[in-house]
Structures are given as structure tokens and as C-alpha cells.
Design a protein around this ligand. Structure first.
Ligand code: KDG
Length: 342
């Protein structure tokens, strides 16, 4: 009798296990910046949306601060199926699809509104559509922001004499060649190594959006800030294609929709952080110089030979289409967008 009761209880236990919800699918997400930055806040918003909409079927395991590697190595980890998601600067995707360099063309976007319209429109969609053949799914463009220069050697109110300044750059050939053309000594380097390189005087300067200069505490080792707004940088929220292919259509829809919705949240957070960052940097004692519109135009003309070379490498139709859409946008507004305060 006892034996029968035990068998009955064991059957109940096994059936209960079989009826229990299947284990959640865990997506491992790594980024280069800290959790409390707009990029990190965007990932946490994305995680909230995904976990809520999938009713817990999908969980996001978040690794900020470069813990899983730098932008280049994390993109390769997605392609190899060793990591599920990341959010690199778009410039690091140019090694796979050269067209991505066009986003970082110096002095191209005059406002965040222009960037949003181009990146969220057909032009940006066509760029993201080039990623699956490289093992990546681009879910949405997020915002890294307008980039400004810092250095530890001297104030730079113009860029007409930057001889001898070793400038850390992102690992993107167009940017490396552009900084060399301006007169810097470009030093391409993964982001997680930048603070130590600045502190150790391995490089003299770096360039990043103001929220990053604050959140990565570059002001501790960079007394001079030049408000140059020389490049607009976008992030791309990516999921590895091998991960994407394991998801059912409903979960793909949830991931894609949440990535696009979190883009709006992240851009707002980045613009709020940008508005606050300059005051913070001044309060930290950073000496601020501003590149004026005439100087921007002078540098832009000086970069023309480099960009003409990249137009050919990227494909002139991609670059031409970007400028056509920008001109249409500017005509719609009846004016060239004024250069916004950083
Ligand atoms: O993960 C994103 C970061 O690596 C970001 O800071 C990239 O702007 C960037 C840089 O300068 O490397």
C-alpha cells in the first residue's frame, strides 16, 4: 500500500514539473559604458519592456562597463554566437559594412533632429538591412551624441595648430584618416583602455560626447575641452543572428518593438544628460573653448580630400542619398538648422 502511495505521489510530482512554465530564455547583453549612462539606462528600459511583454519568457542579463569586452570584440562575440546583444558605436560596424562610416562623417549632421530623421528613415533602414549577412540584426539606432575634443596639452580654440597632439580615436579608418588630415597624431584604441591611456599620457586627448566625458571621468585627466561638435555618433542596438534565429515570431516582434521604443527613451536621456554635462565639466574646472561656424567650415573643407576618398570606398550612392535627404529636410525647415548648443 505504502509503495502505491509513493508511486502516486512521485507521478504527481513529475506531472507538476512537466506543467511548470518552461525556463526563461536569457539574453546576455554587454555594453562599453557604465550602467548609469544614457546607454545603460536605455538597455535597462529595453530589458523592462522585453521582460514585461514576454511575460517573463525572456530575461535580459546586463553586463555594462566593458565587462564583456569592447565594441569591436563584443560585435565579434555576437557573430560567433558567444554573446546575444550589444550596442556599439556605429563607426565600428564599418569594418563589416563600409557605409556605416557615412554616419560619422565630420560636420555632417547639424542637429540631433537631422540625425533622427536620416537614421530612422529609409536611409538608416537600408544600412541596417546590410547586417544580417554579417551575422547581426540591427534593431534600432540609439544616440551616442555629438562628439567634442578634450586634451591635456593646451587649449584648442581652433584646430589650425594641433601638431604633436596624440588623439585617441575609435577604431574606424575614416575617422583615423580624418584626424590625421586635421593634423593630429591619431591613436585608435578600444574605449575601455582610454582613461588609463590618458592618465598615463600614452595619448594626449580623446573625443566623445559630453555625457561620456562626465560619466567616464575624463575631466580628471583632461583639463582642456573644445566644443567642436565635429562628429555625430550613433549607437546600434544589435542582436546576434544566431540568437535571433532561435526566437519565435512573437518574441522577435517583442524584441524589435522594444528596441525601437527604448531608442526614444535613450535619446531623451542622452539629451538631458548632454544639457547638464557642460555645467558639470565647468564646475570640475575644465577650461572650455568653442569652435565657431567659420572654423568648422574651414576644417570641413580641409577634410574634403579624405571624404571624397571614402565616398568612393563607401559607394557614392549611399553618401549622395544621405546628403539629398539632409537637403530635403533643411529645405522643409526653410533654413539650415542652427548649430545647437551642446
Ligand atoms: O559601448 C559604447 C562605447 O564603447 C562608446 O563609448 C563608443 O564612443 C565610443 C568610443 O569613443 O569608443
Amino acid at each position: 500500500m505504502v509503495r502505491l502511495v509513493l508511486i502516486f505521489l512521485a507521478t504527481l510530482w513529475i506531472n507538476a514539473g512537466a506543467l511548470a512554465a518552461p525556463a526563461a530564455k536569457v539574453l546576455k547583453v554587454g555594453i562599453g559604458l557604465n550602467a548609469d549612462t544614457p546607454q545603460g539606462q536605455g538597455i535597462q528600459q529595453f530589458a523592462r519592456l522585453v521582460e514585461e511583454r514576454s511575460q517573463g519568457r525572456i530575461k535580459i542579463e546586463f553586463h555594462p562597463g566593458g565587462r564583456l569586452g569592447d565594441d569591436v570584440s563584443m560585435v565579434e562575440a555576437l557573430r560567433a554566437g558567444k554573446q546575444d546583444m550589444t550596442c556599439p558605436d556605429s563607426s565600428t560596424l564599418a569594418r563589416l559594412v563600409s557605409d556605416f562610416s557615412a554616419i560619422n562623417y565630420p560636420f555632417t549632421f547639424l542637429s540631433a533632429e537631422e540625425a533622427d530623421r536620416i537614421l530612422d528613415g529609409q536611409w538608416g533602414e537600408r544600412l541596417l538591412a546590410r547586417l544580417p549577412q554579417h551575422g547581426l540584426i540591427g534593431l534600432a539606432f540609439w544616440e551616442n551624441g555629438f562628439r567634442h575634443l578634450t586634451n591635456s596639452k593646451r587649449a584648442l580654440p581652433t584646430l589650425n595648430d594641433v601638431t604633436g597632439i596624440r588623439m585617441r580615436t575609435m577604431q574606424n579608418e575614416m575617422l583615423i584618416d580624418s584626424f590625421r588630415q586635421i593634423g593630429f597624431e591619431p591613436v585608435p584604441m578600444p574605449f575601455p583602455k582610454v582613461y588609463t591611456a590618458l592618465a598615463g599620457k600614452v595619448v594626449d586627448g580623446q573625443e566623445n560626447p559630453l555625457p561620456t566625458i562626465v560619466s567616464s571621468r575624463f575631466y580628471e585627466v583632461q583639463p582642456y575641452l573644445t566644443l567642436s561638435q565635429h562628429v555625430y555618433s550613433a549607437f546600434v542596438l544589435l542582436i546576434g543572428k544566431s540568437t535571433w534565429d532561435t526566437l519565435n515570431p512573437e518574441d522577435r516582434r517583442i524584441i524589435a518593438e522594444s528596441g525601437r521604443e527604448a531608442a526614444q527613451f535613450q535619446r531623451r536621456a542622452n539629451r538631458e544628460a548632454t544639457a547638464a554635462a557642460l555645467g558639470t565639466l565647468k564646475a570640475k574646472g575644465v577650461q572650455v573653448a568653442t569652435i565657431d561656424v567659420r572654423e568648422s567650415e574651414r576644417v570641413r573643407n580641409r577634410l574634403r580630400p579624405v571624404l571624397e576618398q571614402y565616398n568612393k570606398r563607401i559607394g557614392e550612392s549611399t553618401v549622395l542619398q544621405m546628403y539629398v535627404e539632409l537637403s530635403q529636410l533643411r529645405m522643409e525647415r526653410g533654413r539650415y538648422a542652427a548649430k545647437p548648443a551642446p
